[in-house]
Design a protein around this ligand. Structure first.
Ligand SMILES: [Zn+2]
Length: 129
């Protein structure tokens, strides 16, 4: 189990790269949005209960909304506070939607790594080997 902050950040980065935080070899995803239930290399279960994926979605939404709000106001003031905000609103809404889709897998991978760091991932009790 990683002890130092740099070791823990390394594990979260491994998760963001969609690799198993336990062995750093196995791929977490088999499809665009389909997470493997277990690591194909070391056998740990990535998400023990169905509700655990909510953590990854929360990470995704918090990061997306923060970037969207900060980006909106930064561009609003950078453009001299334009009276018609419609183009800015449309741009940042599209950014928000695309970011949520694009950051879905890294956010879930990071959440699996956080789960690994906080409670540990483990193999199913009934699995062989
Ligand atoms: Zn693994």
């Amino acid at each position: 189990m990683p002890q130092t902050t740099s070791e823990q950040l390394h594990k979260i980065l491994i998760g963001a790269k969609l690799r198993c935080p336990n062995c750093e070899q196995g791929r977490m995803f088999s499809g665009l949005f389909q997470m493997n239930p277990t690591c194909l290399v070391c056998g740990v279960r990535f998400e023990r209960s169905s509700g655990e994926s909510l953590g990854g979605m929360m990470v995704n939404l918090v990061v997306a909304e923060l970037l969207t709000i900060v980006g909106f106001f930064a561009s609003y003031f950078a453009l001299g506070s334009p009276a018609d905000m419609t183009p800015l609103i449309i741009f940042w809404l599209v950014f928000d939607i695309l970011f949520v889709l694009g950051f879905y897998r890294p956010a879930r991978g990071m959440w699996v790594a956080i789960t690994y760091l906080t409670s540990g991932l483990r193999k199913d009790e009934d699995s062989a080997a």
